[in-house]
Design a protein around this ligand. Structure first.
Ligand SMILES: *Cc1c(COP(=O)(O)O)cnc(C)c1O
Length: 373
Protein backbone atom coordinates (compact mmCIF):
# COMPACT_ATOMS: atom_id res chain seq x y z
CA UNK A 1 0.00 0.00 0.00
CA UNK A 2 1.49 3.39 -0.87
CA UNK A 3 2.12 6.03 1.77
CA UNK A 4 -0.65 8.35 0.78
CA UNK A 5 -3.23 5.55 0.86
CA UNK A 6 -2.05 4.60 4.35
CA UNK A 7 -2.39 8.21 5.46
CA UNK A 8 -5.90 8.33 3.90
CA UNK A 9 -6.86 5.22 5.83
CA UNK A 10 -5.81 6.87 9.10
CA UNK A 11 -8.21 9.77 8.50
CA UNK A 12 -11.67 9.60 10.09
CA UNK A 13 -13.24 9.07 6.66
CA UNK A 14 -16.88 7.94 6.46
CA UNK A 15 -16.94 4.12 6.56
CA UNK A 16 -18.98 3.93 3.37
CA UNK A 17 -16.30 5.88 1.46
CA UNK A 18 -13.39 3.63 2.53
CA UNK A 19 -11.93 1.69 -0.40
CA UNK A 20 -13.94 3.67 -2.98
CA UNK A 21 -12.26 4.92 -6.16
CA UNK A 22 -12.79 8.41 -7.61
CA UNK A 23 -14.11 8.99 -11.14
CA UNK A 24 -11.09 8.57 -13.35
CA UNK A 25 -11.31 8.63 -17.12
CA UNK A 26 -7.61 9.00 -18.03
CA UNK A 27 -6.69 12.56 -19.02
CA UNK A 28 -3.77 11.80 -21.32
CA UNK A 29 -2.41 14.55 -23.53
CA UNK A 30 -2.59 12.98 -27.00
CA UNK A 31 -3.42 14.71 -30.29
CA UNK A 32 -6.70 12.89 -30.96
CA UNK A 33 -8.96 12.65 -27.90
CA UNK A 34 -11.98 10.46 -28.55
CA UNK A 35 -12.44 9.04 -25.06
CA UNK A 36 -14.86 11.19 -23.04
CA UNK A 37 -17.50 12.15 -25.62
CA UNK A 38 -16.60 15.82 -25.72
CA UNK A 39 -17.65 17.88 -28.72
CA UNK A 40 -14.55 17.38 -30.88
CA UNK A 41 -15.42 20.24 -33.22
CA UNK A 42 -14.68 22.97 -30.70
CA UNK A 43 -16.46 26.23 -29.89
CA UNK A 44 -17.38 28.05 -33.13
CA UNK A 45 -15.77 31.49 -33.53
CA UNK A 46 -19.04 33.44 -33.31
CA UNK A 47 -19.91 31.64 -30.06
CA UNK A 48 -16.43 32.34 -28.66
CA UNK A 49 -16.81 36.03 -29.48
CA UNK A 50 -20.29 36.18 -27.94
CA UNK A 51 -19.07 34.48 -24.74
CA UNK A 52 -16.10 36.85 -24.37
CA UNK A 53 -18.44 39.81 -24.87
CA UNK A 54 -20.97 38.45 -22.35
CA UNK A 55 -18.31 37.71 -19.74
CA UNK A 56 -16.82 41.18 -20.25
CA UNK A 57 -20.29 42.50 -19.43
CA UNK A 58 -20.43 40.84 -16.00
CA UNK A 59 -16.81 41.17 -14.82
CA UNK A 60 -17.39 44.64 -13.36
CA UNK A 61 -20.14 43.24 -11.15
CA UNK A 62 -18.23 40.26 -9.77
CA UNK A 63 -17.99 41.94 -6.37
CA UNK A 64 -21.69 41.06 -5.98
CA UNK A 65 -23.20 37.59 -5.64
CA UNK A 66 -24.87 36.42 -8.85
CA UNK A 67 -28.63 36.08 -9.46
CA UNK A 68 -29.34 33.11 -7.20
CA UNK A 69 -32.29 32.12 -9.38
CA UNK A 70 -30.41 32.59 -12.71
CA UNK A 71 -33.71 33.89 -14.08
CA UNK A 72 -32.58 34.88 -17.56
CA UNK A 73 -30.79 31.59 -18.08
CA UNK A 74 -33.87 29.61 -17.05
CA UNK A 75 -35.98 31.63 -19.48
CA UNK A 76 -33.53 30.94 -22.24
CA UNK A 77 -33.32 27.21 -21.45
CA UNK A 78 -37.13 26.94 -21.40
CA UNK A 79 -37.30 28.64 -24.77
CA UNK A 80 -34.59 26.34 -26.16
CA UNK A 81 -36.28 23.14 -24.97
CA UNK A 82 -39.77 24.12 -26.12
CA UNK A 83 -42.43 21.50 -25.30
CA UNK A 84 -44.45 24.26 -23.62
CA UNK A 85 -42.03 24.36 -20.68
CA UNK A 86 -42.10 27.38 -18.35
CA UNK A 87 -38.96 28.85 -16.69
CA UNK A 88 -40.35 27.62 -13.32
CA UNK A 89 -39.77 24.09 -14.60
CA UNK A 90 -36.08 24.62 -15.36
CA UNK A 91 -33.11 24.29 -13.05
CA UNK A 92 -29.37 24.36 -13.68
CA UNK A 93 -26.09 23.66 -11.91
CA UNK A 94 -22.39 23.19 -12.59
CA UNK A 95 -22.75 20.30 -15.03
CA UNK A 96 -25.56 17.78 -15.08
CA UNK A 97 -23.48 15.82 -12.57
CA UNK A 98 -24.22 18.53 -10.00
CA UNK A 99 -27.87 18.49 -11.04
CA UNK A 100 -27.92 14.72 -10.44
CA UNK A 101 -26.16 15.16 -7.11
CA UNK A 102 -28.77 17.70 -6.00
CA UNK A 103 -31.56 15.27 -6.97
CA UNK A 104 -29.90 12.57 -4.84
CA UNK A 105 -29.41 15.01 -1.96
CA UNK A 106 -33.10 15.90 -2.03
CA UNK A 107 -34.66 12.52 -2.80
CA UNK A 108 -32.00 9.95 -1.84
CA UNK A 109 -29.68 9.76 1.17
CA UNK A 110 -29.18 7.30 4.04
CA UNK A 111 -31.85 4.60 4.16
CA UNK A 112 -32.88 5.29 0.56
CA UNK A 113 -31.95 3.66 -2.74
CA UNK A 114 -31.32 4.49 -6.38
CA UNK A 115 -31.64 1.96 -9.20
CA UNK A 116 -29.48 2.00 -12.34
CA UNK A 117 -29.21 -0.45 -15.21
CA UNK A 118 -25.54 -1.27 -15.89
CA UNK A 119 -23.66 -1.03 -18.11
CA UNK A 120 -24.60 2.64 -17.77
CA UNK A 121 -23.08 5.98 -16.81
CA UNK A 122 -20.29 5.29 -14.33
CA UNK A 123 -21.11 8.38 -12.24
CA UNK A 124 -24.47 7.06 -10.96
CA UNK A 125 -22.97 4.74 -8.33
CA UNK A 126 -20.41 7.38 -7.35
CA UNK A 127 -23.07 10.06 -6.88
CA UNK A 128 -25.12 7.57 -4.88
CA UNK A 129 -22.10 6.75 -2.70
CA UNK A 130 -21.30 10.41 -2.11
CA UNK A 131 -24.84 11.08 -0.87
CA UNK A 132 -25.10 7.90 1.22
CA UNK A 133 -27.75 6.45 -1.10
CA UNK A 134 -27.74 2.66 -1.68
CA UNK A 135 -27.10 1.87 -5.36
CA UNK A 136 -29.10 -1.02 -6.77
CA UNK A 137 -27.89 -2.66 -9.98
CA UNK A 138 -30.65 -3.65 -12.36
CA UNK A 139 -30.09 -5.91 -15.35
CA UNK A 140 -30.36 -5.58 -19.13
CA UNK A 141 -30.63 -8.10 -21.94
CA UNK A 142 -27.43 -9.61 -23.28
CA UNK A 143 -27.48 -7.10 -26.16
CA UNK A 144 -27.70 -4.27 -23.54
CA UNK A 145 -31.30 -3.43 -24.51
CA UNK A 146 -33.77 -2.62 -21.74
CA UNK A 147 -37.42 -3.46 -22.41
CA UNK A 148 -40.38 -1.73 -20.79
CA UNK A 149 -41.60 -4.97 -19.23
CA UNK A 150 -38.22 -5.89 -17.74
CA UNK A 151 -37.48 -2.41 -16.40
CA UNK A 152 -40.96 -2.10 -14.85
CA UNK A 153 -40.68 -5.54 -13.23
CA UNK A 154 -37.34 -4.62 -11.65
CA UNK A 155 -38.72 -1.31 -10.35
CA UNK A 156 -41.69 -3.12 -8.78
CA UNK A 157 -39.41 -5.73 -7.19
CA UNK A 158 -36.73 -3.38 -5.87
CA UNK A 159 -39.03 -0.44 -4.97
CA UNK A 160 -36.24 2.17 -5.31
CA UNK A 161 -36.64 5.82 -4.30
CA UNK A 162 -34.87 6.97 -7.47
CA UNK A 163 -34.45 5.38 -10.92
CA UNK A 164 -31.73 6.39 -13.39
CA UNK A 165 -32.67 5.92 -17.04
CA UNK A 166 -29.86 7.00 -19.34
CA UNK A 167 -31.13 7.76 -22.84
CA UNK A 168 -29.21 7.38 -25.04
CA UNK A 169 -27.36 5.08 -22.71
CA UNK A 170 -23.69 5.71 -22.02
CA UNK A 171 -21.58 3.65 -22.89
CA UNK A 172 -23.77 1.84 -25.41
CA UNK A 173 -25.19 4.88 -27.24
CA UNK A 174 -28.72 3.67 -27.93
CA UNK A 175 -31.82 5.65 -26.85
CA UNK A 176 -34.69 4.16 -24.85
CA UNK A 177 -38.19 4.04 -26.23
CA UNK A 178 -40.61 6.31 -24.39
CA UNK A 179 -42.59 3.17 -23.54
CA UNK A 180 -39.76 2.24 -21.14
CA UNK A 181 -39.97 5.62 -19.38
CA UNK A 182 -43.77 5.41 -19.12
CA UNK A 183 -43.67 1.85 -17.76
CA UNK A 184 -40.96 2.69 -15.22
CA UNK A 185 -42.85 5.78 -14.06
CA UNK A 186 -46.00 3.76 -13.57
CA UNK A 187 -44.16 0.92 -11.81
CA UNK A 188 -42.56 3.50 -9.51
CA UNK A 189 -45.95 4.65 -8.25
CA UNK A 190 -45.86 2.21 -5.32
CA UNK A 191 -42.47 3.40 -4.00
CA UNK A 192 -43.12 6.98 -5.21
CA UNK A 193 -39.90 6.73 -7.20
CA UNK A 194 -38.32 9.80 -8.73
CA UNK A 195 -37.55 8.83 -12.34
CA UNK A 196 -34.56 10.57 -13.91
CA UNK A 197 -34.09 10.41 -17.67
CA UNK A 198 -30.52 11.51 -18.40
CA UNK A 199 -30.61 12.95 -21.92
CA UNK A 200 -27.05 14.29 -22.02
CA UNK A 201 -26.81 13.50 -25.75
CA UNK A 202 -30.37 14.40 -26.84
CA UNK A 203 -29.27 16.74 -29.64
CA UNK A 204 -27.53 13.86 -31.43
CA UNK A 205 -30.67 11.72 -31.62
CA UNK A 206 -31.54 9.97 -34.85
CA UNK A 207 -34.68 11.00 -36.69
CA UNK A 208 -37.69 9.44 -34.96
CA UNK A 209 -36.11 9.26 -31.48
CA UNK A 210 -38.29 11.21 -29.06
CA UNK A 211 -37.35 13.09 -25.88
CA UNK A 212 -38.89 12.24 -22.51
CA UNK A 213 -39.72 15.96 -22.27
CA UNK A 214 -42.98 15.05 -24.04
CA UNK A 215 -43.93 12.92 -20.99
CA UNK A 216 -43.54 15.65 -18.34
CA UNK A 217 -47.15 16.90 -18.23
CA UNK A 218 -48.99 15.08 -15.44
CA UNK A 219 -45.87 13.27 -14.16
CA UNK A 220 -44.56 15.18 -11.11
CA UNK A 221 -41.97 12.47 -10.28
CA UNK A 222 -40.32 12.62 -13.71
CA UNK A 223 -37.10 14.60 -14.24
CA UNK A 224 -35.31 15.04 -17.58
CA UNK A 225 -31.67 16.12 -17.33
CA UNK A 226 -29.63 17.73 -20.09
CA UNK A 227 -26.19 19.32 -20.41
CA UNK A 228 -24.30 21.91 -22.40
CA UNK A 229 -21.16 19.73 -22.15
CA UNK A 230 -21.78 17.76 -25.33
CA UNK A 231 -23.80 19.36 -28.17
CA UNK A 232 -23.01 22.91 -26.96
CA UNK A 233 -19.26 22.19 -26.82
CA UNK A 234 -19.06 23.63 -23.29
CA UNK A 235 -17.71 20.75 -21.18
CA UNK A 236 -15.17 23.20 -19.74
CA UNK A 237 -17.83 25.73 -18.73
CA UNK A 238 -19.83 23.29 -16.54
CA UNK A 239 -23.51 23.85 -17.20
CA UNK A 240 -26.09 21.13 -16.81
CA UNK A 241 -29.83 21.55 -16.37
CA UNK A 242 -33.12 19.76 -15.93
CA UNK A 243 -36.81 20.09 -16.68
CA UNK A 244 -39.44 18.88 -14.21
CA UNK A 245 -42.53 19.97 -12.28
CA UNK A 246 -42.06 23.31 -10.43
CA UNK A 247 -42.31 21.52 -7.05
CA UNK A 248 -39.25 19.41 -7.95
CA UNK A 249 -37.33 22.66 -8.43
CA UNK A 250 -38.54 23.78 -4.97
CA UNK A 251 -37.08 20.57 -3.52
CA UNK A 252 -33.71 21.26 -5.14
CA UNK A 253 -33.63 24.79 -3.69
CA UNK A 254 -33.43 23.13 -0.27
CA UNK A 255 -30.10 21.45 -1.03
CA UNK A 256 -28.29 23.71 -3.49
CA UNK A 257 -25.45 25.84 -2.23
CA UNK A 258 -26.19 29.56 -2.12
CA UNK A 259 -25.29 31.25 -5.43
CA UNK A 260 -24.05 27.95 -6.86
CA UNK A 261 -24.11 29.18 -10.45
CA UNK A 262 -21.50 31.90 -10.98
CA UNK A 263 -22.25 35.04 -12.95
CA UNK A 264 -19.52 34.00 -15.41
CA UNK A 265 -21.17 30.61 -15.93
CA UNK A 266 -24.60 32.18 -16.39
CA UNK A 267 -23.29 34.70 -18.92
CA UNK A 268 -21.37 32.01 -20.81
CA UNK A 269 -24.35 29.67 -21.08
CA UNK A 270 -26.70 32.47 -22.13
CA UNK A 271 -24.35 33.62 -24.88
CA UNK A 272 -24.05 30.06 -26.23
CA UNK A 273 -27.82 29.58 -26.21
CA UNK A 274 -28.29 32.83 -28.11
CA UNK A 275 -25.77 31.75 -30.76
CA UNK A 276 -26.82 28.14 -31.04
CA UNK A 277 -27.26 28.13 -34.82
CA UNK A 278 -23.57 27.50 -35.48
CA UNK A 279 -23.45 24.91 -32.69
CA UNK A 280 -26.38 23.01 -34.14
CA UNK A 281 -24.71 23.02 -37.55
CA UNK A 282 -21.71 21.42 -35.86
CA UNK A 283 -23.97 18.78 -34.30
CA UNK A 284 -25.08 17.77 -37.81
CA UNK A 285 -21.47 17.33 -38.88
CA UNK A 286 -20.73 15.23 -35.77
CA UNK A 287 -23.74 13.02 -36.51
CA UNK A 288 -22.35 12.55 -40.00
CA UNK A 289 -19.00 11.38 -38.59
CA UNK A 290 -20.81 9.11 -36.12
CA UNK A 291 -22.80 7.47 -38.92
CA UNK A 292 -19.57 7.07 -40.87
CA UNK A 293 -17.94 5.27 -37.92
CA UNK A 294 -20.91 2.90 -37.59
CA UNK A 295 -20.78 2.09 -41.30
CA UNK A 296 -17.01 1.61 -41.42
CA UNK A 297 -16.85 -0.54 -38.28
CA UNK A 298 -19.54 -2.81 -39.71
CA UNK A 299 -17.54 -3.05 -42.94
CA UNK A 300 -14.52 -4.15 -40.88
CA UNK A 301 -16.62 -6.97 -39.48
CA UNK A 302 -17.12 -5.42 -36.04
CA UNK A 303 -20.51 -4.91 -34.37
CA UNK A 304 -21.32 -1.25 -33.69
CA UNK A 305 -24.41 -0.45 -31.59
CA UNK A 306 -27.05 1.84 -33.05
CA UNK A 307 -26.13 5.33 -31.83
CA UNK A 308 -28.29 8.31 -30.85
CA UNK A 309 -25.23 10.06 -29.42
CA UNK A 310 -21.87 11.49 -30.47
CA UNK A 311 -20.10 8.20 -29.78
CA UNK A 312 -20.13 4.61 -30.97
CA UNK A 313 -19.88 1.49 -28.84
CA UNK A 314 -18.66 -1.58 -30.69
CA UNK A 315 -18.01 -5.22 -29.93
CA UNK A 316 -16.30 -8.03 -31.83
CA UNK A 317 -12.72 -7.33 -30.73
CA UNK A 318 -10.51 -10.24 -29.69
CA UNK A 319 -8.24 -8.12 -27.49
CA UNK A 320 -9.64 -4.62 -26.88
CA UNK A 321 -6.76 -3.64 -24.59
CA UNK A 322 -4.23 -4.37 -27.32
CA UNK A 323 -6.26 -2.29 -29.78
CA UNK A 324 -6.59 0.49 -27.19
CA UNK A 325 -2.79 0.61 -26.75
CA UNK A 326 -2.21 0.38 -30.49
CA UNK A 327 -4.47 3.37 -31.06
CA UNK A 328 -2.77 5.31 -28.27
CA UNK A 329 0.65 4.72 -29.86
CA UNK A 330 -0.78 6.40 -32.96
CA UNK A 331 -1.96 9.36 -30.85
CA UNK A 332 -5.61 8.33 -30.66
CA UNK A 333 -7.26 7.77 -27.28
CA UNK A 334 -10.59 5.94 -27.09
CA UNK A 335 -12.42 4.46 -24.07
CA UNK A 336 -12.14 0.97 -22.69
CA UNK A 337 -15.34 0.72 -20.64
CA UNK A 338 -14.43 -2.70 -19.31
CA UNK A 339 -17.00 -4.69 -21.29
CA UNK A 340 -15.37 -7.78 -22.85
CA UNK A 341 -14.53 -7.50 -26.55
CA UNK A 342 -15.61 -3.86 -26.80
CA UNK A 343 -14.44 -0.26 -27.01
CA UNK A 344 -16.21 3.11 -27.21
CA UNK A 345 -15.14 5.94 -29.51
CA UNK A 346 -16.29 9.56 -29.72
CA UNK A 347 -17.03 10.94 -33.19
CA UNK A 348 -14.14 13.23 -34.11
CA UNK A 349 -13.62 15.80 -36.81
CA UNK A 350 -13.42 14.29 -40.28
CA UNK A 351 -9.62 14.14 -40.02
CA UNK A 352 -9.65 12.65 -36.50
CA UNK A 353 -12.27 10.09 -37.46
CA UNK A 354 -10.24 9.07 -40.51
CA UNK A 355 -7.10 8.68 -38.39
CA UNK A 356 -8.99 6.45 -35.94
CA UNK A 357 -10.56 4.29 -38.66
CA UNK A 358 -7.32 3.88 -40.62
CA UNK A 359 -5.30 2.94 -37.57
CA UNK A 360 -7.98 0.56 -36.28
CA UNK A 361 -8.13 -1.28 -39.59
CA UNK A 362 -4.33 -1.61 -39.59
CA UNK A 363 -4.38 -3.01 -36.07
CA UNK A 364 -7.10 -5.52 -36.90
CA UNK A 365 -5.17 -6.67 -39.97
CA UNK A 366 -1.86 -6.91 -38.07
CA UNK A 367 -3.61 -9.01 -35.48
CA UNK A 368 -4.09 -11.55 -38.25
CA UNK A 369 -7.68 -11.73 -37.25
CA UNK A 370 -9.76 -9.28 -39.18
CA UNK A 371 -13.03 -10.71 -37.91
CA UNK A 372 -15.12 -12.54 -40.46
CA UNK A 373 -17.72 -10.27 -42.04
C1 LIG B 1 -21.27 13.39 -20.37
C2 LIG B 1 -22.45 12.95 -19.60
C3 LIG B 1 -23.07 13.81 -18.72
C4 LIG B 1 -22.60 15.23 -18.62
O1 LIG B 1 -22.09 15.58 -17.43
P1 LIG B 1 -21.79 17.12 -17.16
O2 LIG B 1 -21.62 17.13 -15.70
O3 LIG B 1 -22.98 17.90 -17.62
O4 LIG B 1 -20.57 17.48 -17.92
C5 LIG B 1 -24.19 13.37 -18.04
N1 LIG B 1 -24.67 12.14 -18.23
C6 LIG B 1 -24.10 11.29 -19.09
C7 LIG B 1 -24.68 9.96 -19.31
C8 LIG B 1 -22.96 11.67 -19.79
O5 LIG B 1 -22.38 10.82 -20.63
Amino acid sequence: MDDQLQRLNRLPLRDDLRGQHPYGAPQIDVPIQLNVNENTHGVPQDVQDAIVEAVRGVVGGLNRYPDREFTRLRESLAEYLGHGLAPEQLWAANGSNEVLQQILQAFGGPGRSALGFPPTYSMYPLLAAGTGTAYLKGTRQEDFELTAASAARQVRELAPNIVFLCSPNNPTGTALGLDVVEAVYEAGEASQAIVIVDEAYAEFAQLGTHSALTLLPGRPRLIVTRTMSKAFALAGARLGYLAAAPEVIDALRLVRLPYHLSAVTQATALAALEHRASLMAEVEEIKHQRDRIVKELARMGLTPASSDSNFVFFTGLGDPQKIWHGLLEAGVIVRDVGIPGSLRVTAGTERETSAFLTRLEELLAADGRLPAA
